[in-house]
Ligand binder design. Structure first.
Ligand SMILES: NC(=O)c1ccc[n+]([C@@H]2O[C@H](COP(=O)([O-])OP(=O)(O)OC[C@H]3O[C@@H](n4cnc5c(N)ncnc54)[C@H](OP(=O)(O)O)[C@@H]3O)[C@@H](O)[C@H]2O)c1
Length: 277
């Protein structure tokens, strides 16, 4: 049966590849983004199988309007892909408070706005799949990424908890944790670095922009990730977490091992804090 996908940030990058893979599988797509013109030129060739809708995730009202338009056209939403996002990178002290807020407005609150708008539809259907793009940086921290990781950790905590709340309605939640994928993510058209300069950090990291050197050299292929996500969405019991890329697998394996050792190293002290009530 042809499914209806609702994808945020579908104009380029991973979102565009997920939408493309869904269309290649014979499904229909509500392609949303900030730039309607870009969406229309990318998806025009698919005709009636794609509905292009403006949606800036940071603007709460956009979500309800976009979901209403999706229902109008297709009558249901089977898979919601919360993909829209960008990286606010740089060391924490060099990032102004307003830029922290901006990161959360798009990557966290925006994702919640869209989810809030789509869930009543899925509850009525008693089925649905919410796929949230987090990151390997939603599982472990990285230097020069404190604010981005904070936002992706928020996505993980939100998604894990939401999964438990919506499971009775037949709604699945999957958190995608990619490593580095070759998109515009690290391009100046997407990424933002801290606008403040704190000299101490310059001395330790002369460039400070440690991620710039990866741009164009990321090992992950977003087209393959798009196909993998469409494959997962077709399974009866999709996973709660999906790690994407060998770099992410390696980093996660290391982090899990370190966490296990850390827990065990202080197990007795951890257990000592229960009260004699
Ligand atoms: N690529 C990676 O290495 C990587 C790794 C881990 C996680 N991720 C996550 O994967 C997701 C997609 O990133 P990508 O790699 O595809 O990056 P990308 O090529 O820069 O694409 C980002 C997409 O998000 C959209 N977007 C950003 N802010 C938005 C907003 N406020 N409202 C609506 N759309 C917005 C962009 O739209 P515009 O065209 O309008 O800017 C664009 O379509 C992000 O959540 C990112 O954090 C990426």
């Amino acid at each position: 049966m042809s499914r209806i996908w609702f994808v945020t940030g579908a104009g380029r990058g991973i979102g565009a590849h997920i939408a493309g893979a869904a269309l290649a599988a014979g499904d229909r797509v509500v392609a949303t983004g900030r730039n309607l013109g870009a969406l229309e030129s990318r998806y025009g060739p698919y005709g009636e199988r794609v509905l292009c809708v403006p949606l800036d995730t940071a603007r709460e009202a956009d979500s309800a309007t976009a979901v209403a338009a999706a229902l109008d056209r297709f009558g249901r939403i089977d898979v919601l892909v919360n993909n829209a996002g960008y990286g606010q990178l740089g060391v924490f002290e060099e990032i102004a408070a307003a830029d922290v807020v901006r990161q959360f407005e798009t990557n966290v609150f925006g994702l919640m706005h869209v989810t809030r708008a789509a869930l009543p539809v899925m509850r009525r259907q008693r089925s649905g799949h919410v796929i949230n793009l987090a990151s390997v940086g939603g599982f472990m921290g990285f230097a020069g990424s404190a604010v981005y990781c904070a936002a992706k950790f928020a996505v993980e905590g939100f998604s894990e908890s939401l999964a438990l709340e919506v499971q009775p309605f037949g709604i699945h939640v999957t958190i995608v944790e990619p490593g580095f994928f070759r998109t515009d993510f690290l391009d100046t058209s997407s990424v933002r670095y801290g606008a403040l300069a704190v000299d101490d950090y310059r001395r330790d990291m002369p460039d400070g922009r440690t991620y710039e050197s990866y741009n164009g050299r990321q090992p992950g292929d977003p087209a393959r990730l798009g196909r993998a996500i469409v494959q997962l969405a077709g399974t009866a019991e999709p996973p709660l977490h999906f790690v994407a890329g060998t770099d992410a697998l390696g980093m996660l394996d290391g982090a899990l091992q370190r966490r296990r050792l850390e827990v065990d190293a202080h197990r007795a002290l951890s257990a000592s804090t229960d009260g004699d009530f």
